[in-house]
Design a protein around this ligand. Structure first.
Ligand SMILES: Cc1cc2nc3c(=O)[nH]c(=O)nc-3n(C[C@H](O)[C@H](O)[C@H](O)COP(=O)(O)O)c2cc1C
Length: 159
């Protein structure tokens, strides 16, 4: 076993994209949080997974809804969204941010660089997180530059 701070330091060297995972509360209102733990899982069927802290507010709402959308963020404006969706209450998170419900009902942000609308097919235990496996029912992407996260800071991809 290594301690938590050492684990954070080392895993921070794994550069990731940044997404906002959205879902709906029982009253139908939108909820979401900033997530870096997203991965493609399967092609047949098309599955993605997201890892969500069981302590987060959004966790229970995702379990209840049974669906979520992965909104991949773009550099620039995406950093503002990443900061807002990793802090603050549910109402402030969506303020001034246009979105629409997709096929499952999950909110898709107009500003997303790419998005995947998913139906939860499994919620697996993963320590203090839950691994939500989702079947991708609809998805799209556009041209742009992704927002990246590395060693605790935001950055951009240079090709
Ligand atoms: C760059 C970044 C990546 C994050 N990745 C995750 C993640 O993969 N899973 C997770 O549960 N929280 C992640 N978080 C933390 C949540 O966004 C944060 O705890 C948020 O406040 C939870 O919101 P909620 O309690 O309203 O659901 C990340 C935060 C940042 C800034």
């Amino acid at each position: 076993m290594i301690d938590e701070s050492e684990f954070r330091r080392v895993i921070g060297h794994f550069a990731t994209g940044v997404s906002v995972v959205t879902s709906c509360r029982a009253d139908g209102s939108a909820c979401g949080l900033t997530v870096s733990a997203v991965s493609a899982l399967s092609l047949h069927p098309t599955l993605v997974l997201v890892c969500v802290d069981r302590q987060s507010q959004t966790h229970g709402w995702m379990e209840g809804a049974g669906y979520y959308a992965v909104n991949v963020l773009e550099e620039g404006r995406g950093e503002t969204l990443a900061r807002r969706f990793s802090a603050g209450g549910a109402e402030e998170k969506f303020r001034g941010t246009a979105w629409r419900p997709e096929r499952t009902g999950a909110p898709v942000l107009d500003e997303a660089l790419a998005w995947m609308d998913c139906r939860v097919t499994a919620a697996l235990p993963g320590g203090d997180h839950t691994i939500f496996v989702g079947e991708v029912l609809a998805a799209d992407a556009r041209e742009g530059t992704p927002l990246l996260y590395y060693r605790g800071g935001y950055g951009r991809f240079e090709s």
